[in-house]
Design a protein around this ligand. Structure first.
Ligand code: ADP
Ligand code: ZN
Length: 753
């Protein structure tokens, strides 16, 4: 509902009269934070009669527009009285809780992002600040039709919608809804309204989500599970800050055990937030939640429609959303009374946000728990070194689930040494793996081939002149996707048809695919096992959650014999008939010099291996590698997770690397390479000089050009106790970057491209 803008009055006044003398008491002001990349809140005047406590959602003028914001405290008062514009109105929504505001401030300080950009995440793109527009609905007013009105079939269907036990159970419905559901024309409904059989009511269509029932019975827990569950229940009941690492092999029942903690929090009347690394890959999780609690959780992810988003946001703010499940951004929702956070697969790199505000959702979740004085559970079969270091130092508590549930055994992992057991030319499956596949398929069991590389081939070159097809915008090769008949850049999304002649020497039919992607592995498997039913599982072939769910069900029904896919297949799924997993290129993640390459490869391959033998039949895993003596491969084959992690930790400690030291990446980028280089040199010249702080670079980033922007990076390395944000602020205060050069600061970087 547009309202007249009251702000023109003071502006007019200032044009004709000098500002009022200082003796006039200043009008009440508030600071309002806007969800825009602004470093601080703006001052506004509080119009008479409006009460605005901190946290209130308000509408304010901003230039010619109006913008929703949050009252961030009393105004500091630097803005001259006559420049102050008034708050236009307050929204009918519960104020943002204090802990949420402190959290937003904290995240902004830590990540060095503008606080308004962090608030924006709490708004969830479209704020649901206004009550949904009221609509007129109809309910049944009279039991009988008036005399003279016959009960036709259409009228009977309409009235049937209000009978007890009908889908909406007597609730009021709109006219179009009634006509549609009853399958009759609107005039029939109107007739019943005119006759007084249906009566109008005004409703605000705010949906209260179905409420999960904490008292539904869970499964009978094993003694080890029961012990952990008891500890978690006690922690939730204590309702204070505590971090627990729930550490157990895949299939040990971590989910079942933290469901017990969720039940306790629900019974205590608080809200629960569960973070999952990839909502789209979690369909089985949702089925289990529904079975356990008799109702679905409220979900928060990027695929929600604007209406769903508004509903969910409001339900969280009003407290009717009891369990919220989301990817990292759900952490910023304005919970009315959050009582427990669960971060599942806490080691997942997907928790690090890679653009906008660069934050790590696991770490920020721990901070949110700390500020709110509530417990948090981190669950993983392969905990991160960060979390393990916190366990070691006593900051986090560890609960262990040592065995797979129900006697299922962990799969046996063997290495295939590609130097000895070499595939034929332009083939990628070693004879040893092929034999194992043949055997598994002959037994009527399922097998899976894993290669973490989308497309058909990672590189296409000209056999005549050696020319390689490269992305015009990035330092990257174009990847051939044969199913889509396109070349694609996996960094910027550029795509082009596969050329018939070489763009350099114009030779015809000379372009050759180099190396395998999953599509090429599928081609090889199809020629080896023509009778097997194959399915390809990658983010290219599966659009959205339903496609994945569909495939997962087909696999569970054994309509697929051989599954071939990328990491979308590695997560969470439980395939009881799957007994063989073959990893085509186990070394893939080790190249590239990433600090966490070894740790991540271990985690990913361990997770992939965990897909095998989840039920009674034992599983087997074969890893094809060129470097069987690499510590990652040795540890995987020996099942020696703790030994591997200990040696990784020792190396990191020796080099002062995370989690024992701190890193900050500073990336300069711009379209003009020379300007970027000059800016990088300038920054390096005035870099902080301290004995304990090291500045590495500037150097071209491995992705030296990305989306047409040239990139240089500097890396700051400091001991754990150093407050790097202060150092960087001081550093940046003496550099002035040209406007065409952008600086991105990444505290605790996880990507090194
Ligand atoms: P994790 O989260 O550690 O991978 P899950 O909780 O997913 O383990 O459990 C693996 C499988 O075992 C699931 O299908 C789960 O339903 C089943 N399961 C675990 N614990 C029990 C139990 N106590 N009773 C019955 N089934 C269980
Ligand atoms: Zn590109």
């Amino acid at each position: 509902m547009p309202q007249p803008l009251a702000s023109s009055a003071p502006d007019l006044l200032s044009a004709i009269a000098p500002p009022p003398p200082a003796t006039v008491p200043p009008s009440p002001r508030v600071r309002v934070l806007l969800p825009l990349p602004l470093a601080e809140p703006y001052d506004y005047r509080v119009p008479e009669g409006l009460v605005l406590e901190p946290g209130a959602y308000v509408e304010v003028p901003l230039g010619p527009r109006r913008c929703a914001g949050v009252v961030w405290g009393d105004a500091a008062g630097q803005v001259e009285e006559h420049r102050l514009r008034p708050v236009t109105r307050r929204y009918p929504v519960p104020p943002m809780p204090e802990v949420q505001r402190r959290f937003i401030d904290w995240v902004a300080n830590y990540t060095m992002a503008p606080v308004g950009a962090v608030l924006r995440m709490a708004f969830g793109s479209l704020p649901a600040l206004d009550l949904p527009r009221p609509v007129t609905a109809f309910c049944r007013a009279a039991a009988d039709l008036p005399a003279g009105m016959t009960l036709t079939a259409a009228r009977r269907r309409i009235l049937g919608l209000f009978e007890p036990g009908a889908a909406a159970d007597g609730a009021a419905r709109t006219l179009p809804d009634l006509a549609r559901t009853a399958g009759c024309s609107p005039s029939v409904v109107r007739g019943l309204i005119d006759a007084g059989v249906l009566a109008p009511v005004v409703v605000h269509p705010v949906h209260r989500p179905p409420q999960p029932d904490p008292h539904c019975a869970g499964p009978l827990l094993s003694p080890a599970q029961a012990e952990s569950a008891t500890a978690l229940r006690a922690m939730v009941t204590a309702a204070d800050y505590q971090v627990v690492l729930l550490d157990g092999v895949t299939g040990s029942g971590k989910t079942e055990v933290y469901f017990e903690a969720i039940a306790t929090a629900l019974a205590a009347g608080t809200q629960v937030l569960v973070l999952l690394p990839e909502i789209a890959l979690s369909s089985q999780w949702f089925v289990r939640f529904q079975e356990r609690f008799g109702a679905p959780p409220v979900v928060w992810h990027s695929e929600l429609t604007p209406a769903e988003r508004r509903d969910a946001w409001r339900q969280v703010a009003e407290g009717t959303a009891r369990v919220v499940v989301g990817a990292r951004s759900a952490l910023f929702l304005p919970f009315a009374r959050l009582g427990l956070i669960v971060v599942d697969e806490e080691h997942e790199a997907a928790y690090k946000q890679a653009d906008g505000v660069l934050y790590h959702a696991r770490d920020m979740a721990v901070t949110r728990a700390f500020l709110g004085r509530i417990p948090i559970i981190l669950a993983s079969a392969t905990p991160s070194l960060e979390t393990l270091a916190n366990v070691e130092s006593g900051r986090y508590r560890r609960l262990e689930l040592p065995a797979r549930h129900g006697g299922a055994t962990l799969p046996r992992i063997d290495l295939i040494d590609l130097r000895r057991d070499t595939p034929e030319a332009r083939r990628w499956l070693a004879p040893g793996l092929r034999a194992a596949l043949a055997q598994t398929l002959a037994l009527g069991e399922q097998a899976m081939l894993f290669l973490n590389r989308r497309g058909y081939a990672p590189l296409t070159l000209c056999r005549r002149c050696g020319f390689r097809l490269k992305c015009p915008n990035c330092t990257a090769w174009l990847v051939e996707h044969r199913q889509a008949r396109r070349l694609q850049c996996h960094h910027c999304g550029y795509s082009a048809p596969v050329p018939e002649r070489c763009p350099a020497c114009e030779a015809e039919a000379a372009m050759a695919a180099c190396g395998p992607g999953v599509e090429r592995i599928a081609e090889e498997a199809a020629s080896l096992f023509p009778k097997a039913r194959l399915a390809l599982m990658t983010s290219d072939t599966l659009a959205g959650r339903h496609a994945i769910e569909d495939l997962v069900q087909r696999i569970a029904r054994h309509e697929v014999d051989l599954l071939i896919g990328t990491q979308v297949m590695a997560k969470g799924h439980h395939f009881p008939l799957l007994t063989l997993v073959g990893v085509v290129d186990a070394d893939l993640g080790l190249a590239g010099g990433d600090l966490r390459a070894g740790e991540r490869t271990y985690q990913l391959l361990h997770q992939v291996a965990g897909r095998a033998g989840r039920a009674e039949r034992p599983g087997r895993v074969l890893l094809q590698t060129w470097q069987p003596e690499n510590p990652v491969m040795v540890a995987l084959a020996a099942g020696d997770r703790d030994g591997f992690l200990a040696s990784e930790a020792e190396q990191r400690r020796d080099h002062g690397m995370p989690p024992f030291g701190r890193l900050v990446a500073l990336i300069l980028s711009g379209e003009d390479e020379a300007a970027v280089e000059r800016a990088a040199q300038q920054m390096a010249r005035v870099a902080p000089r301290r004995d304990d702080v090291m500045i590495l670079g500037p150097a071209p980033a491995p992705l030296a050009v990305l989306r047409g922007r040239h990139r240089r990076r500097l890396l700051l390395k400091a001991p754990r106790g150093v407050a790097v944000q202060g150092l960087i602020t001081a550093w940046l205060s003496v550099v002035s970057l040209p406007p065409a050069v952008r600086l991105q600061i990444d505290i605790d970087p996880y990507g090194f491209l």
